[in-house]
Design a protein around this ligand. Structure first.
Ligand SMILES: Cc1cc2nc3c(=O)[nH]c(=O)nc-3n(C[C@H](O)[C@H](O)[C@H](O)COP(=O)(O)OP(=O)(O)OC[C@H]3O[C@@H](n4cnc5c(N)ncnc54)[C@H](O)[C@@H]3O)c2cc1C
Length: 423
């Protein structure tokens, strides 16, 4: 009697505990993603597309502050000449969405922490902390990944002169290839230091002939000496092309006419844009407060740019002058498993085609690296760890081991037998 009551209690206890999951030590630890891409401009999207095509599990996290976000139309991108940058991203996202192994989300990556890979020791592994904007509101998440691509872009550093930031990307530009054709043959101003004037003019020489270089007080003996050293005869060259040097301080730039007025036919790659600006100059030379106003249709600038995000530097990526994420030809940074693509990297080529090329190249190289790491892991599992040291690259394996892998369990008279090892 007592025995059957005790048994009953035991059975009931067992049924109470059975729904609780018992940790299965044989289950492999889970890594959320093969790759997390930070940034969803053309570089990040190209990387995501490449990884989608080979069915890698990848997530793109994007905070949506694109370098060309303010420009009217995007140019010199084959097949997309003249579309808005937003349309370009929309079209790319639409196509990438059809691939099942990749996804994207809005958010900001705040930290990347390298760690020990629990599945394949010796290979890269990261915990990525991100503030995400989900449908249920903002949330902070920690995600794990084997590789990271930084496609975080650049930001232009625009001086505080009134009217510059307000009109940036709409009549005041940085890149002649991107926006010069729409303002060809219009009165042009170059906003640059004296030592950049010749280079800036050479870039637009085929587009405009009525050019004034507004050097904003930098026409000094020091800057002249820099020009003399770089290009003796520079002053004669500029005069020959009727380029005037204007040294007075720029007080402000005011828009008189908006070049986006009127109908822009989206089927045309390039349509003329007729902006007009008043540029107000202080007359310092005679000591009086005399101001003068010039009118120009377009300005091209030589302002510096810097990293949009400090994430790469904070993670320890080597910064290459002038403040770019240092990469090799395969977009690898100095940190194993972290790649950098697009404007942010040290290629120093900042345009949409380069962003797409470098994003794609990072994806290709990274995919091959993942496969290579997996192959070493598989060999270790098949043949035992004594054959493969932790983290050893496949190429570095002992040739005898590769021979042995090929032969497997085949005997000497087997058709699959590769013969004896022959160094
Ligand atoms: C005014 C202007 C006009 C231009 N016009 C042209 C043109 O016509 N043709 C052309 O070829 N090039 C043009 N360019 C250059 C072009 O904009 C860049 O080359 C291109 O945008 C680079 O792409 P990217 O993906 O590297 O960076 P971006 O397009 O700048 O994208 C970077 C993304 O990363 C995100 N990001 C940054 N940090 C984080 C983080 N921590 N977490 C999540 N996301 C993050 C940013 O918010 C952004 O969305 C122009 C540039 C300017 C300034």
């Amino acid at each position: 009697m007592y025995l059957s009551i005790a048994l009953l209690i035991l059975v009931n206890l067992a049924s109470l505990v059975s729904p609780v999951a018992i940790p299965n030590k044989r289950l492999p630890p889970r890594i959320d993603y093969d790759t997390i891409i930070v940034g969803g401009g053309p570089a990040g999207l190209a990387a995501l597309s490449g990884l989608a095509r080979v069915r890698r599990k990848a997530l793109l996290i994007d905070s949506g502050e694109y370098r060309n976000g303010l420009t009217r139309n995007m140019h010199d991108v084959l097949g997309h000449d003249g579309v808005t940058p937003a349309y370009f991203r929309h079209s790319a996202r639409g196509q990438i969405t059809t691939y099942k192994t990749v996804s994207f989300t809005n958010g900001t990556v705040t930290k990347i922490t390298p760690g020990r890979n629990p599945v394949s020791p010796g290979t890269s592994f990261f915990t990525v902390t991100a503030d995400l904007n989900t449908t249920v509101g903002p949330t902070t998440k920690q995600l794990t990944t084997r590789k990271v691509i930084l496609a975080t872009g650049l930001i232009d550093v625009i001086p505080s002169t009134p009217g510059l930031a307000e009109n940036w990307a709409k009549g005041i530009y940085w890149c002649p290839w991107c926006d010069g054709h729409e303002h060809a043959d219009q009165p042009m101003g170059l906003l640059c230091d004296l030592n950049d004037a010749v280079g800036a003019f050479r870039e637009i020489i085929t587009l405009n002939s009525d050019v004034i270089a507004y050097v904003n007080g930098t026409d000094t003996p020091e800057y002249r000496a820099l020009n003399d050293a770089a290009f003796p005869g520079w002053e004669k060259y500029l005069a020959e092309h009727n380029v005037k040097i204007e040294n007075r301080t720029i007080i402000s730039i005011k828009r008189v006419k908006d070049g986006s007025e009127g109908v822009h036919d989206p089927s045309l790659p390039s349509t003329a844009e007729f902006d007009l600006f008043d540029i107000e100059l202080a007359n310092k030379t005679d000591g009086n407060d005399v101001r003068e106003i010039h009118q120009r249709g377009v300005f091209f600038t030589s302002f510096p740019s810097k990293q949009r995000s400090s994430l790469g530097e904070e993670t320890g990526v080597y910064m290459y002058s002038p403040g770019r994420l240092g990469v090799d030809q395969n977009m690898r940074t100095n940190i194993d498993g972290i790649y950098a693509a697009g404007d942010a990297n040290s290629d120093n080529s900042t345009n949409v085609p380069h962003a797409m090329y470098s994003g794609k190249r990072a994806a290709v190289f990274l995919h091959q690296k993942l496969s290579q790491e997996d192959s070493v892991w598989e060999v270790t599992r098949l043949l035992g760890s004594k054959f493969v040291k932790k983290g050893t690259r496949f190429q570095k394996l002992d040739p005898r081991l590769i021979w042995r892998m090929m032969n497997g369990r085949s005997r000497e008279d087997d058709i699959l037998h590769a013969g004896d090892f022959d160094p």
